[in-house]
Design a protein around this ligand. Structure first.
Ligand code: BES
Ligand code: MN
Length: 456
């Protein structure tokens, strides 16, 4: 047995032998409600950052510390084995999405509960579970010997709100973060038996649109028919953002869209995400989308526009007859390579300038944006990572483009000049961002083994 194989064997044995302890610690991590968007969770964000710094220090990481930002701290630590070895920068986010709607959870979101092979908690999959897989693998490999590469860890607390402080931190810490490639486990797999590497992600431009009408809510009998209703106006505006073929109508929206090549279309069709997959996963009876593209193409490689939230008028139980004073919608676009979120913002403004009637006033806030990401084919470390997945699952990993967004991948490429291996051990059924988020524990444990092989 080679040195490396012995090290792997020892590390996996360590992991299996210490699983209970590691799992207990993981549960404590999940119990911290580190919701980044909520003002009243500042203390919990702090607790989650403290938790990670403490763990890194115990594992023997150097420079384990928090770096304050205008919002939530960034946690950094490094384990340098030999300055001649390649260095991986591992990214994670310790913040989570709000758990709402709370009533839909079968057990409370921050009291992790195991049912069958699943662990239920907010963040279990996205992505405290992925951070924990990484830390578990590092603990195992450090105990069994030395990793075969230098390790730098960066955990932010603002991913779920668009990483507002990250770019400035990358800019001002280029030397500290110097590395050969990034490992970003914030994506996931297609199925428990299909290890997956994501080579492309969609970007994002996120807006809040506010329409203002009368100076206060009005009696809809006295004023209905004379005063424009901001909710009606907003609905019409939103309806006009798509045409009858499911295309987005914002001026210039498709100008720079890089169309799919025949090769890409074939590759996407081969990964087996058919109509039934999307129906089963979502619980809808029929699919919809842009004419001329298959569901997997629409979800992974075509740009889209969606309302994420809508607020207007009386939303409590019962009926109230009013013309609301204002109406608000949160609208996101998912972008594909070569689309520029700034130009999409311009397109949204032009659309509104041309289409908002003079019976109301409006305000558009650009909340966040990031371009799409496609990684270089010769990303360092990719071959090794594929090898590690292959040895663990005994099959060739799938290469997939993903519809979700991980803006940090683009930032790391642009600011630090490094490509990312985007992966993860979550599953499509994990209900991330939804009630009853869960983690498939057997897949998670396999993920740890794959990471051990990789770090070895
Ligand atoms: N982990 C997700 C992104 C993701 C989801 C990748 C599914 C692959 C598969 C990440 O935490 C996330 O939700 N990102 C946001 C980004 C946004 C807030 C800027 C997203 O995609 O909505
Ligand atoms: Mn995530």
């Amino acid at each position: 047995m080679s040195n490396k194989d012995q090290k792997i064997k020892k590390a996996i044995q360590y992991y299996q032998g210490n699983y209970q302890n590691l799992h207990k610690e993981f549960l404590n991590f999940l119990k911290i409600p580190s919701v980044s968007t909520a003002e009243d969770h500042q203390d919990d964000i702090q607790k989650a950052a403290d938790f990670l710094v403490k763990k890194l220090s115990i594992l023997g990481f150097d420079k384990a510390a928090q770096h304050p930002t205008p919002k939530h701290p960034i946690v950094y630590g490094e384990y340098i084995v030999d300055s001649n070895m390649p260095t991986v920068l591992i990214y994670g986010h310790y913040d989570v999405q709000p758990p709402d709607p709370l009533n839909d959870w079968h057990t409370p979101p921050f009291e992790p509960a195991e049912r069958g092979e699943y662990l239920f908690a907010r963040g279990a999959s996205d992505m405290k579970g992925q951070i924990w897989a990484t830390i578990s693998a590092l603990e195992a490999i450090i105990t069994a010997g030395q990793p075969g590469m230098n390790i730098k860890l960066l955990f932010e607390g603002e991913e779920e709100i668009g990483s507002p402080s990250l770019d400035a931190f990358l800019e001002s810490h280029k030397a500290l973060l110097q590395s050969d490639f990034v490992l970003n486990p914030d994506a996931g797999m297609i199925a428990p038996d299909k290890p997956t590497i994501v080579y492309g992600l969609r970007g994002l431009a996120y807006f809040e649109l506010r329409i203002f009408g009368p100076k206060a809510d009005l009696h809809s009998g006295i004023f209905g028919g004379v005063v424009a209703n901001p909710a009606n106006v907003l609905c019409k505006l939103i309806a006009g953002m798509h045409d009858e073929n499911g295309k987005v109508t914002l001026p210039g929206f498709y100008d720079y869209v890089r169309d799919l090549t025949e090769n890409e279309r074939e590759e996407l069709s081969r990964i087996g995400l058919d109509d039934n997959f999307y129906k089963e996963m979502s619980g809808v009876s029929a699919l919809h989308g842009e004419l001329g593209y298959t569901p997997v193409e629409r979800a992974c490689a075509r740009p889209t526009l969606d309302v994420n939230g809508f607020y207007a008028g009386y939303i409590e139980k019962g009926a109230k007859t009013i013309i609301p004073a204002f109406a608000t919608a949160k609208i996101s676009t998912r972008l594909v390579p070569n689309q520029d979120p700034i130009l999409v913002h311009e397109g949204m403004k032009s659309y509104l300038e041309a289409n908002v009637p003079d019976t109301v006033t409006w305000e558009l806030e650009y909340m966040s944006g990031a371009p799409a990401y496609i990684n270089a084919e010769e990303t360092p470390g990719l071959e090794l990572f594929i090898e590690a997945l292959k040895e663990t699952w005994h099959m060739q990993p799938l290469m997939k483009r993903e519809g979700g967004s991980i803006p940090v991948a683009t930032s790391m490429k642009e600011i630090l000049g490094v490509d990312s291996i985007i992966t993860g051990f979550g599953l499509p059924g994990d209900q991330i961002h939804s009630p009853n988020e869960r983690l498939h524990l057997p897949t998670h444990r396999k993920g740890v083994e794959a990471l051990i092989r990789f770090f070895a």
